[in-house]
Design a protein around this ligand. Structure first.
Ligand SMILES: [Zn+2]
Length: 272
């Protein structure tokens, strides 16, 4: 096989669906640097794993903080709505008390009329009025009692929400402190890792990098480059790797792609 020292420049634009499979020929054309490329890919994947771990470390905290903040907001909204309900009941009580005052005035008037009554028909009519007014008064009193009960219930509900709020406030403060500490402590480390990563990425040709990024983005564990797992399995999908492919992986000189998941399988440099 004719080997060229430099990989051929390919003029066609990078296919966004391109994976390592379509790069196989490109790799094979430049066997002399396949070994180096594989090593760079392995290191790149490792740097990306480290960055992912850092981001994940604080990545969950902002979501937790946001969740707590949403819970606090919802508790405050609940308290506000309960307070509005209580205010409404208080308004009702006030208006029913006014009603009772005016009913009492009418009752007083009818009673004083009753003392000056001459005929029984008028007497009956006024007594009927008094009876009706008494019923209306009782209805108002009943409504006031019901409103007071409802106010007590709503006040108890507010106390419950406030207890929950106290717990949430403590959690929120702790999470915010934790997040601030992690951001502070990891910012430097992350910056250094990104520098390493960018340096490795710059060593790879555009097509290989594109395929790497594409596979990384498409698999759940974000691993485009994996090592052999448990002696004979793909470290990405855990399917068995054929003995010939295992030999190729171990040689470190061939691009081996898992036939099940499309990831690159490389030898673990630290296991050498
Ligand atoms: Zn696989």
């Amino acid at each position: 096989m004719a080997t060229t020292k430099k990989p051929k420049k390919i003029g066609t634009p990078i296919d966004q669906r391109e994976t390592f499979v379509s790069l196989q020929k490109n790799f094979a054309d430049s066997e002399s640097n396949t070994e180096e490329k594989l090593r760079t890919l392995y290191d790149l994947q490792k740097a990306d794993n480290d960055i992912d771990q850092l981001v994940q470390l604080r990545g969950e905290l902002p979501a937790e903080v946001a969740d707590l903040e949403a819970q606090v907001a919802s508790c405050n909204a609940r308290i506000e709505s309960l307070e509005q309900i209580i205010a409404q009941y208080n308004d009702n009580i006030a208006s029913m008390n006014d009603d009772i005052v005016s009913l009492d005035g009418e009752i007083e008037r009818y009673r004083s009329q009753l003392e000056k009554i001459s005929n029984s028909r008028e007497f009956d009519s006024i007594n009927k009025e008094l009876e009706n007014l008494g019923i209306l008064r009782k209805i108002d009193e009943k409504k006031i009692a019901e409103s007071r009960d409802a106010i007590s219930e709503n006040k108890a509900a507010i106390e419950n929400v406030k207890t929950k709020l106290d717990v949430l406030a403590i959690d929120l403060e702790a999470k915010n402190e934790e997040l601030a500490a992690i951001v502070e402590s990891t910012a430097k480390e992350e910056k250094a890792l990104v520098q390493v990563r960018d340096g490795l990425a710059a060593k790879l040709d555009e097509r290989t990098l594109s395929a790497y990024n594409r596979i990384r983005a498409s698999v759940h564990n974000h691993l485009a480059v994996v090592t052999v797992f448990n002696g004979d399995s793909c470290g990405g999908c855990f399917n068995t790797v054929t003995p010939q492919r295992l030999i190729d992986v171990a040689s470190g000189k061939k691009l081996v792609i898992c036939e099940h998941c499309g990831r690159i399988i490389v030898a673990n440099p630290s296991a050498e």
